[in-house]
Design a protein around this ligand. Structure first.
Ligand SMILES: *[C@@H]1O[C@H](CO)[C@@H](O)[C@H](O)[C@H]1NC(C)=O
Length: 314
């Protein structure tokens, strides 16, 4: 009799529970005092285990991060020039840039007869120049020229009010259908330009008008040629025809005294305003601007040393 009872217990099928009952029992099983399938002590053990496990993981991560930060310097990059991914071939950028909703676009298109239409471009340019006006580190900025490079620990002023007629008051000339586009060379830590400052050794790839310009500058004084030169051209014959006269303001390039960039507080990259005096209206003009120094190589696909954009004035 007793044997039979044991056997009965042993083979007793689990009680058939409905879905809801089963779930309730899973949440709290009063028979075995299990909550979510575990007893209190089992829960306590597993919680303690995970606390220790994650604390160990966090400590390990923190330790590794601390070791990594030991190898960095906050004022200069760990990998410089050719050692780093940025390399030693600076890119060229233009402002104003098309709206962020259109990242891939490089088209500057507006209607000179519609103030609302050009508002974006004017405001975008102004916003960009504003970053120069409000840049911190003013105490480090000094006035430089070709005879007066910045002293150690100082950087050169970029004269934001020296772009006439490309000024805010003129709305950067957008209303006159002669817009000003600003060019800027990307900063590369410790990069020294190898400038075309010898008129006998100019690049054969340079546009003729740039060569002439360099010779004219050299005639005024050899120091005036210590410049990373800039050229903007129409890309195709039709673009060349449509682009019209171009002025580079304040000069046709980035003066050498702004280089190298050493991450001194207050440094601002120099700018060139490209003033399109009379671009043909109603057509899209493909424009390529290049920066010229012996150690700037032009690669359109990698966006090095040159920049492409389209201009369309209606
Ligand atoms: C020409 O530029 C190089 C650097 O690019 C510089 O070392 C050299 O002094 C410059 N020559 C003159 C005459 O200024």
């Amino acid at each position: 009799m007793a044997d039979k009872k044991v056997a009965e217990q042993y083979y007793a099928p689990p009680p058939q529970l409905g879905k809801w009952e089963g779930f309730k029992q899973f949440l709290w099983n009063s028979e075995t005092s299990q909550c979510l399938g575990r007893t209190g002590s089992s829960w306590a053990k597993i919680i303690i285990f995970y606390i220790i496990f994650y604390a160990g993981l966090a400590a390990f991560f923190g330790g590794m991060l601390a070791v990594f930060f030991q190898t960095l310097d906050s004022t200069k990059p760990k990998w410089e020039l050719d050692g780093g991914l940025i390399g030693s071939n600076p890119g060229l950028g233009f402002r104003p840039m098309p709206p962020e909703s259109n990242v891939e676009s490089t088209l500057i298109w507006y209607d000179a007869g519609k103030p609302d239409n050009m508002k974006y471009w004017i405001e975008e340019t102004e916003r960009f120049l504003e970053t120069y006006r409000n840049a911190p580190g003013a105490e480090n900025r000094v006035k430089c020229d070709f005879d007066n490079p910045p002293p150690e620990g100082k950087v050169c002023i970029v004269n934001i009010d020296g772009f006439y007629p490309c000024t805010r008051d003129n709305q950067f000339n957008y209303p006159k259908a002669a817009p000003c586009i600003f060019l800027k060379l990307n900063k590369i830590y410790n990069w020294y330009p190898d400038m075309y400052n010898d008129t006998t050794k100019l690049s054969p790839h340079m546009p003729e008008d740039l060569k002439e310009h360099i010779r004219a500058e050299a005639a005024r004084g050899t120091k005036n040629t210590n410049v990373i030169w800039v050229s903007c051209e129409g890309e195709n014959p039709a673009d060349v025809e449509s682009i019209g006269a171009i002025q580079y303001i304040p000069r046709r390039g980035f003066p050498g005294f702004y280089f190298p960039f050493k991450n001194i507080e207050g440094y601002m990259p120099p700018l060139v305003a490209v003033y399109f005096e009379r671009p043909k209206t109603g057509v899209l003009i493909n424009i390529e601007c290049k920066a010229w120094a012996r150690n700037i190589h032009h690669d359109r696909s990698e966006r090095r040393g040159s920049v492409h954009f389209e201009l369309m004035v209606d």
